[in-house]
Design a binder for this molecule. Structure first.
Ligand code: FMN
Length: 457
């Protein structure tokens, strides 16, 4: 049976350390992590990704320190692990003139921008990139991030999603409701840029925001940039299945099953189709021309990596200081306020839902790392596809080395199996991922705002 092609994004952070921390100081072929603050590093990476016909560059972002590790933040700061971190939207913008087809998916937290300024900035970028922008909607799951933006402490888990729903709702009203179809006339003979009768205030009033509108930016090629999200808690899945067109998960193959079925079923609950949401697994790859070569390379990376920083990051993600636990101690996440979906899904693999530190690290770090020849990697990706994913956010040990290996060695094997595209489809990012045109489809809640506001200005 012919296989459907998978979507491939490169999942990066403009930081010396991301999911495999501690490698930046090492003299390894393909290692330019220490140059994460040089634009040239990203331009060359983006061009390589286009050569491999990657769908997108997916740029993660955080807004402050993670949860402490051992009572402080030394392991993050000393190791350069997600600290420093450069601005995702600016990186995406600078890559626009350097690329032609690559989706530029930026991360923006609901706590960092007012909906009006976010809508204005992403619409501007969508114009300049001719419709290649994606927005990874995040809610910021660390206390420091919330304090950086004026809160006393972290807003609790479910309330963050409630806040995010209002934020996204206001952005959708601005982007879909401010300018009717046909509002932009651009008639130089009659000297009419836009028809005032077709531009409207949106008058959003909610718990967190009051926004009058209309948005000062006219509709961009996608109107709403393609929407991504990565929550896998019950509340996160509910949010994703309402709004996301791409949903990310970071789980072992076994742990991913529940998240995938939750996403597919949730879509139907919100009047959407299961295929309206592209499910993307975050995975890392180490390839070699023989299995042995791949294993040796992987062992070298793992030896050089900072495993304490990894535990700090993985725990910081949930909001738990894992330094306090031995490897075989269970993790109590019942009151954790960080991202909890991943651990809920992994814990389901074990009796009584009890998961140890060792088991959790094994699930989200080791089992999301695929090591082998291009054929073995492709075999493993077929298993993931059979489990229900539509694509992969390719994480990295090295920038750009991991992506060079993937493009040069894995992509040809995937293409021979029909698993990777050989050419880009025309059009916007949304059209490259879906078949229904450049705008949100009619089953998405944002669609309801198109033409919904009619009062004169
Ligand atoms: C693969 C993946 C990538 C993520 N990237 C980011 C990111 O760049 N910035 C961020 O603040 N949160 C990021 N998150 C966190 C999620 O957006 C979300 O806040 C978190 O998973 C909590 O959701 P949950 O409790 O519903 O699982 C990511 C999560 C996953 C699984």
């Amino acid at each position: 049976m012919a296989r459907k092609r998978l979507i491939f994004n490169a999942f990066v952070c403009p930081s010396p350390g991301h999911v495999k921390p501690g490698l930046w100081p090492h003299d390894l072929p393909g290692n330019e992590l220490a140059d994460f603050d040089r634009l040239d590093t990203w331009i060359r990476l983006a061009k390589k990704l286009e050569e491999g016909r990657f769908d997108g560059l997916f740029i993660g972002d955080v807004l402050g320190l993670y949860a402490p590790y051992g009572g402080n933040w030394d392991v993050f700061v000393r190791d350069g692990n997600r600290f420093p971190m450069l601005d995702s939207l600016i990186l995406a913008s600078t890559l626009v003139p350097e690329t032609q087809n690559l989706g530029l998916i930026l991360t923006a937290s609901v706590i960092q921008d007012h909906p009006y300024s976010l809508a204005r900035r992403i619409a501007t970028l969508d114009h300049f990139s001719e419709g290649r922008v994606g927005w990874n909607i995040v809610t910021s799951s660390t206390e420091n991030a919330h304090r950086n933006y004026g809160a006393d402490t972290i807003v609790n888990h479910d309330e963050r999603y409630e806040w995010a729903e209002e934020h996204v709702d206001a952005v959708l009203k601005l982007l879909e409701g401010s300018w009717e179809e046909g509002a932009v006339v651009r008639d130089s003979a009659r000297r009419i840029y836009a028809d005032p009768g077709k531009v409207h205030r949106i008058n959003h009033e909610g718990r967190h925001y009051r926004v009058e509108g209309p948005l000062i930016v006219h509709p961009s090629p996608q109107r709403v940039p393609t929407l991504f999200q990565a929550g896998s808690s019950p509340r996160g899945i509910d949010f994703a299945t309402r709004f996301a067109e791409g949903a990310l998960l970071l789980n072992s193959l076994e742990g991913a099953g529940n998240v995938i079925s939750g996403l597919r079923q949730g879509a139907a609950r919100h009047g959407r189709r299961p295929e309206d949401i592209k499910i993307l697994a975050a995975l890392t790859f180490v390839v070699g021309s023989t299995e042995r070569e791949a294993k040796e390379k992987w062992e070298q990376y793992e030896d050089l990596m900072n495993h304490e920083a990894l535990a700090a990051e993985v725990g910081g993600n949930i909001g738990i200081d894992l330094s306090k636990l031995d490897m075989d101690d269970p993790i109590d996440y019942s009151n954790a306020q960080g991202g909890i979906g991943k651990i809920i899904a992994e814990a389901k693999k074990y009796r009584n839902g009890v998961i140890t530190k060792r088991q959790y690290l094994q699930g989200v770090a080791r089992e999301t790392t695929i090591v082998g020849t291009p054929e073995q990697v492709a075999d493993r990706l077929e298993q993931w596809q059979d489990a229900g994913i539509d694509g992969v956010n390719v994480m990295n040990y090295l920038i750009p080395g991991t992506y060079h290996d993937f493009v040069d060695h894995v992509i040809p094997e995937l293409r021979s199996r029909g698993l990777a595209q050989t050419e880009y489809s025309p059009g916007t990012l949304r059209e490259k991922l879906f078949v229904e045109g450049p705008h949100l489809n009619r089953r998405h809640p944002g669609y309801a705002y198109r033409g919904a506001f009619t009062a004169p200005l």
